[in-house]
Structures are given as structure tokens and as C-alpha cells.
Design a protein around this ligand. Structure first.
Ligand SMILES: Nc1ncnc2c1ncn2[C@@H]1O[C@@H](CSCCNC[C@@H]2Cc3ccc([N+](=O)[O-])cc3CN2)[C@@H](O)[C@H]1O
Length: 273
């Protein structure tokens, strides 16, 4: 019976995503006030600072970085693309993979201008902001594939998607808790993606705390499993990771813009032993 319930929950979640609107989603979460580069207390600069620090620490190295459930966003690999020579982006929806391809193929028609993001990460790296064109070229050079993924499958990617040794690092932002019907499914999904990672490899995980829903487009209300810090730590441990660091951002009133009921954002750096 339990298996059936779990399958139904996952199927219902997948149905919700059929109406996901990348352009609206980007406007809701990746424009001011949540993405205000003139404010250090804005959410996106906080996330980029966490990712910059984590990717530039000496314990992170290797050849292949895989982004799990990238959605239509690229910010999550702007630091990692300088450390790894090969980056694979993944998402469940073709509309999101198309959005990513549009930017990577420099074809125009993107729903968001990523220039301020590229400039901000260049500043974090101590480079002049005008080096953003070099970072854009680097990102376009290292991203080799944009693949379909389903974190609820015990084998989330196609069999030959990754080299036999697996990825050296995974990054996943706001995906697992937004696609899982409950905490058990979230923890199980962490276990599924862990199999994509080589022993000693790192997981950089960003997610929402206390979120029970968000809008993935006008009128597209998508349920989310509300997580606490303690549940995130317990799920990482239970699914076979060693937590290195957990950082938390608490949303100020002006960051609560009506597109979700998220109360906080966590950043976890963990390792597969
Ligand atoms: N089975 C699946 N496997 C893998 N990916 C899947 C699956 N199903 C859907 N997907 C894929 O996962 C999705 C990832 S986008 C999920 C959005 N998460 C919630 C949203 C994000 C957000 C952003 C920023 C801030 N903030 O405070 O600044 C708060 C929040 C909280 N609300 C989407 O790309 C879908 O295509």
C-alpha cells in the first residue's frame, strides 16, 4: 500500500509541472528584490556568495560537475564552471532545457538577462565586472550536455549519461523539496542522486525552508514539502552524506513577495564518503 501511495504522490507532482512557466518563474524569483545586486541582504547575492566560497575551497576538485534539476536558471554554475572542465545541466522539463539551450547557444530570446549575475560572480572572484564576457564564454565552453532527469527514479539519468566513475560534484538548487510529495520522497531522492556522485565527491545543495507551495506561473500553484534545518541535516545523514557546512538565510519581510510561503533558504555543502 505504501508503495502505491508514494507512486501516486510522485505522479501528482509530475502533473503539476506540466503547467510550469519558466519566464514567469524567472520573473518571480530572479529579479529584484530577490535578485538585487545593490543589496548584500538580497537572496541571490547570498546564494552566489555561498556557492563562490564552497566551489573555491581546496577540497573541491575534479573534472565533472552535474547540476540536478537546474530549472531555467544558470546562476548555480557560475562559480563551478571555473573549477570544472565539464558541466552537465539537467532538468525534468523540456521547456526548461530549451531555456538553458537558448542562452548557451547565444541565440537570443532568453527570458532573463544573466549579465548582472555574471558580473556579480566576477566581482566575487576579484575580477573586473567587464570580465563577464569571459565568464560567459567559459560557461558556454564547459557545458557539454543538457539532459532530462527524474530524481524519483533510482537511476535519475539515462544509463550512459555520465562516465563510469560518476560526477566529481553535484549542485542542486530548490529542486528536491519542490518535486517531492513528502519528506520520505525528498530523502529517497537524495539517495538517488548520490549514486551519480563518486566517493569523496561533493554535493552543493540549496533549498527552501518552511515552504509549502510556490507559484510556477500565473495560477500554477505547486506543493512543496516544508523542511526544517534539522530535517535537512537528518535527510542528508540518512541518505549517506557527511555534512560539511550548513548556512541559513532568513527572509526579510520585503523578500516575501507573494510567489511562495518560503521562510528561509539553506545552503549545505556535503560529501559522499
Ligand atoms: N522528478 C523530477 N526530477 C528532477 N527535476 C524535477 C522533477 N520534477 C520537476 N523537476 C524540476 O524541478 C523544478 C526546479 S524549480 C523548483 C522551484 N522551487 C521553489 C521555488 C524556488 C525559489 C527560488 C528562490 C527563492 N528565494 O527565496 O529567492 C525561493 C524559492 C522557493 N520557491 C523545475 O525545474 C522542474 O522542471
Amino acid at each position: 500500500m505504501e508503495e502505491k501511495g508514494e507512486e501516486n504522490g510522485v505522479a501528482a507532482m509530475k502533473a503539476c509541472y506540466q503547467k510550469f512557466d519558466p519566464a514567469a518563474y524567472l520573473q518571480y524569483n530572479y529579479t529584484p528584490p530577490r535578485a538585487d545586486f545593490t543589496r548584500n541582504d538580497s537572496i541571490v547575492p547570498w546564494k552566489l556568495a555561498c556557492l563562490h566560497r564552497a566551489f573555491t575551497e581546496a577540497d573541491v576538485s575534479g573534472g565533472l560537475l552535474v547540476d540536478i534539476g537546474a530549472g531555467p536558471t544558470l546562476y548555480q554554475v557560475l562559480s563551478g564552471c571555473e573549477v570544472f572542465d565539464k558541466v552537465i545541466l539537467t532538468d525534468f522539463l523540456e521547456v526548461n532545457r530549451q531555456e538553458l539551450r537558448r542562452w548557451l547557444h547565444n541565440k537570443g530570446g532568453c527570458s532573463l538577462d544573466w549579465t548582472p549575475y555574471l558580473q556579480h560572480v566576477c566581482k566575487l572572484e576579484g575580477r573586473r565586472p567587464s570580465a563577464w564576457t569571459e565568464k560567459a564564454a567559459r560557461l558556454r565552453q564547459v557545458v557539454t550536455d543538457i539532459l532530462p532527469i527524474d530524481v524519483h527514479c533510482s537511476q535519475p539519468l539515462a544509463p550512459d549519461a555520465l562516465p563510469s566513475g560518476g560526477a566529481d560534484c553535484l549542485v542542486s538548487c530548490f529542486c528536491l523539496e519542490s518535486v517531492s510529495p513528502d519528506l520520505a520522497a525528498f530523502t529517497k531522492a537524495l539517495g538517488h542522486i548520490r549514486k551519480l556522485l563518486r566517493p569523496g565527491g561533493h554535493l552543493m545543495l540549496i533549498g527552501a525552508l518552511g515552504e509549502s507551495y510556490y507559484f510556477g506561473g500565473p495560477g500554477v500553484r505547486i506543493p512543496v514539502v516544508p523542511l526544517s534545518e534539522a530535517q535537512v541535516c537528518a535527510s542528508l545523514k540518512e541518505s549517506g552524506y557527511t555534512l560539511i557546512r550548513l548556512e541559513v538565510y532568513t527572509l526579510t519581510q520585503d523578500m516575501r513577495v507573494g510567489v511562495d510561503d518560503v521562510t528561509g533558504v539553506f545552503f549545505a555543502k556535503a560529501r559522499k564518503d
